[in-house]
Design a protein around this ligand. Structure first.
Ligand SMILES: [Zn+2]
Length: 181
């Protein structure tokens, strides 16, 4: 099935749809999307039917249920190492060719490509607090300093709260190294 991106208005307005039949125009106005988008969704699997004269009708509650069914589930679990949230696709995806690198201490970066839009995703992570086996540690590639991309450093800044000013200074130093390189 074609992927469906749900505008916010459709998500908040569809629960208010009535148990009645809507035309394409009526429904698109009710949920705040353009006709064209709604017609795409019908092609993508939204419930509808044609009457004898060839007009499309959509039952409000059936449609609301469909919207619910295709909404991405909220993140209610930890992501696996090969999963990440794609900002473009707005959903959790399974990374293509995922690799994990230790950045510093127990900070990790899981890197891979989105299977939908093929953009590169860097996701921060942490080694578990409990000691990991030597084997696992060896499996994790240790990057040389030059392997750090600006994106990675920026990512670290945004997504980690340095626990000490010393740690923060280290990251800042690393930024300046990269900035001058
Ligand atoms: Zn994507």
């Amino acid at each position: 099935m074609k992927r469906v991106l749900l505008p916010h208005s459709a998500i908040v307005k569809s629960p208010g749809l009535l148990p009645m039949l809507y035309t394409v125009r009526e429904l698109s106005e009710a949920i705040g999307v353009v006709d064209r988008t709604l017609r795409d969704w019908l092609v993508a699997g939204a419930p509808h039917f044609y009457d004898q004269t060839g007009h499309i009708w959509i039952e409000g509650r059936d449609f609301a249920d469909w919207i619910l069914s295709i909404r991405k589930p909220k993140r209610d679990r930890r992501l696996n190492d090969d999963e990440a949230y794609c900002m473009r696709c707005n959903e959790v995806v399974e990374l293509v060719n995922p690799t994990t690198s230790v950045i510093r201490g127990n900070l990790l970066v899981h890197k891979g490509k989105c299977p939908n839009c093929h953009c590169t995703i860097n996701r921060g992570g942490r080694l578990p607090n409990q000691p990991i086996s030597t084997r696992k540690r060896e499996e994790i590639k240790r990057p040389r300093r030059n392997d750090w991309s600006i994106g990675t450093i920026f990512f670290l800044f945004r997504n980690t709260l340095p626990t000490s000013s010393r740690q923060k200074t280290k990251i800042q130093n690393q930024l300046s190294v990269i900035g001058s390189g």
